[in-house]
Design a protein around this ligand. Structure first.
Ligand code: MEV
Length: 385
């Protein structure tokens, strides 16, 4: 009997608090419409193996014989992950992204191995196909959406998270313990990718909606106005890990300069949370909108001050500002994406198209953001014999 599961999780934008959140300050983030989808089939076999396809990192039906006895002998999951990753990739041309993605999948697989055995799994082939609508390395939470989906999948297969009923439609996970277990394993996987992540990206991928996040505490924001945002992609990929290390190095060498900036970023996130709450009750209040927009502009200046902007991001902000729209980078910066607040243009479609055209002429990619969608979703399509 083969069981089929699909799992999906969203990308995110950070409105306020990128980088400062790593220093225990408040951040505000929202799920976006772009998602990762993982389709999996689990069929009983004598020998356990994984077959992985992930076109976005050029992995195509890569087969890994799991040899689960290794785990009993060596115990350390990360050791086995490294050995298996090297064994698998040595014959293949591959990118760093492929190595990291494979490491995360293998970590989730071996980490949940004992629960799978307790669940009666005496051997199985798990075939996984991963597709993503989220550009990699663009600051939109592609790795967290991927890791949250992978964590959820293996927790379902191992019986640690409730299996979804058979249905053609995706459904939400409502059990809080299940969501917390997914978020916690996804955070472990995020550490493989980013070394010292704050946990905001996996939290938004798991819980969805809009959240305020500080020191691992996740508070869903029920009062969010319907914002008109344009996500603008510089198409310059960068590594969150490198940017976070760069800021840390600056903070370590000049704490008197950098830590007050982190404090100011916290002030921006706190004030923005309150303003956005008021705006959701009073969406036509121009004064509130203008106060929030000022915070967006200040936020960008402070991120530039800690060295995480980029000339392409500065150019996007400059063009947006010409149209009266505030803009800031979102995510780790150094390339990746910016968000432009279009609310000032009051749905003036001519101005919005002109702004979009100008940005696209510069080679940037533009998408209208749909904010606050579902977190992790699951479905079980069929069980075949
Ligand atoms: C990455 O989306 C946001 C950063 O603050 C890093 C993190 O929170 O882990 C730059």
């Amino acid at each position: 009997m083969a069981a089929k599961f699909s799992v999906s999780a969203p990308g995110k934008i950070i409105l306020h608090g990128e980088h400062s959140v790593v220093y225990g300050k408040k951040a505000i983030a929202c799920a976006i419409g772009s998602r990762v989808v993982v389709d999996a089939a689990v069929s009983p076999q004598l020998q356990s193996s994984l077959v992985i396809s992930m076109p976005s990192v050029h992995l195509n039906e890569v087969e890994i014989i799991a040899n689960l006895t290794d785990l009993e002998e060596k115990q350390d999951v990360m050791e086995i992950v490294k050995v298996k990753c090297n064994e698998t990739l040595q014959e293949l041309e591959h990118t760093d992204f492929a190595r990291i993605a494979l490491s995360c999948i293998l970590y989730a697989y071996y980490h949940t191995h004992r629960q799978r055995q307790n669940c009666g799994d005496k051997g199985s082939t798990v075939t996984i196909k991963i597709s993503s609508e989220i550009p990699i390395g663009a600051g939109l939470g592609s790795s967290a959406a991927f890791n949250t989906s992978i964590a959820c999948l293996f927790l379902i297969i191992s019986g640690s998270v409730t299996k979804p009923g058979v249905s053609e439609k995706f459904s939400k996970i409502t059990n809080e313990n299940d969501l917390n277990a997914i978020n916690s394993l996804a955070f472990e996987l995020e550490k493989i990718v980013h070394k010292t992540p704050s946990g905001i990206d996996n939290s938004i991928a798991t819980f969805g909606g809009a959240v305020s996040f500080q020191n691992g505490d996740i508070i869903p924001l029920s009062k969010m106005p319907t914002l008109q945002l344009l996500i603008v992609d510089t198409k310059i990929t960068r590594s969150t890990k490198t940017l976070v290390s760069k800021v840390k190095e600056y903070a370590d060498s000049h704490p008197d300069v950098v830590l007050p900036i982190m404090e100011s970023l916290n002030g921006i996130a706190t004030s923005a949370e309150s303003l956005l709450g008021k705006l959701s009750d009073d969406s036509n209040n121009a004064q509130l909108l203008s106060e929030w927009c000022r915070l967006i502009t200040t936020n960008q200046s402070l991120l530039k001050a800690i060295g995480v902007s980029h000339c392409a991001l500065d150019k996007i902000c400059f063009i947006a500002n010409k149209y009266g729209c505030p803009a800031k980078l979102t995510g780790a910066g150094g390339g990746g994406c910016a968000i432009v607040v279009l609310d000032y243009l009051q749905n003036n479609s001519d101005s919005i198209s002109q702004l979009r055209n100008e940005l696209e002429m510069e080679g940037f990619g533009c998408i209208r953001a749909s904010l606050g969608g579902d977190g992790v979703l699951v479905k079980s399509t069929q069980i075949t014999s």
